[in-house]
Ligand binder design. Structure first.
Ligand code: ADP
Ligand code: MG
Length: 216
């Protein structure tokens, strides 16, 4: 499954979600296949970083059972996407249209992180439009919305209810809570499941990972 983390808006937790969801997926995979012979193990998860800032690549030190890629050209990206192995793709905000089209043409799921704020909502709507346009060419493409940095304030609750009403099939059951733990975990480039395994935040990303497995 190619899982693309995308929202035209920056600062909505795209990179955080790519790293932490990907880490939780590799952990769950490792637990499932701990006793299986090497030949039966699933292919390693690939992290594909499309942001020139390379924030996702920093996690290569801590998420050792995955591989990390930073394609520099459209051909390099296409070659990665055409391989039959799971991948989590982190997009920069305001991804250029050519790359976005190429990416959505090869993705199975566009996962849209939504920070409860108006401009993130606009970014979500634009991203959904891009997904719907890409579905003509790639009918297996679906989109999912995950609320991030959620504090349960009245306006955030209202936004969650509205998004759930408008996109009942697409809103993830899992919501990622706001947590200050991400500040240090991000600074150390550690997934939250490693930095604070017993925290609500770590449990939320583990739960989201389980939820993504139901999208296969
Ligand atoms: P994007 O990739 O969409 O630009 P980032 O993943 O870099 O966004 O996140 C932006 C900032 O928000 C980072 O400083 C990150 O540590 C912080 N952040 C992300 N998720 C959470 C969360 N659930 N709670 C608190 N802070 C968060
Ligand atoms: Mg980012």
């Amino acid at each position: 499954m190619i899982l693309t983390i995308i929202n035209q808006k920056g600062g909505v937790a795209k990179t955080t979600t790519a790293a932490n969801l990907g880490a939780a997926l590799t952990e769950q995979q490792a637990n499932l296949t701990a006793k299986a012979p090497q030949s039966l193990k699933a292919p390693r998860l690939r992290f594909i970083d499309l942001d020139v800032q390379g924030s996702l690549l920093r996690y290569r030190k801590t998420i050792k059972s995955a591989t990390f890629h930073a394609p520099r050209t459209a051909d390099e990206l296409r070659a990665l996407l055409e391989k039959d192995a799971p991948a989590v793709v982190d997009c920069p905000p305001g991804l250029d249209e050519t790359t976005r089209r190429l990416l959505l043409a090869h993705s199975d799921v566009a996962l849209i992180p939504l920070q409860p704020a108006y401009d993130a909502l606009i970014g979500m709507v634009r991203t959904i439009e891009a997904v719907e346009a890409a579905q003509a060419e790639n009918p297996r493409l679906r989109f999912k919305i995950v609320l991030t940095m959620y504090r349960g304030r009245p306006n955030a609750r209202e936004m969650r209810a509205d998004v759930g009403d408008s996109y009942p099939e697409n809103l993830c059951r899992t919501t990622i809570p706001f947590s200050l733990l991400f500040e240090e975990a991000t600074a150390l480039a550690q997934p939250i499941t490693l930095y604070a395994p017993d925290s609500t935040a770590a449990r939320a990303y583990s739960k989201l990972a389980k939820e993504t497995l139901t999208w296969q």
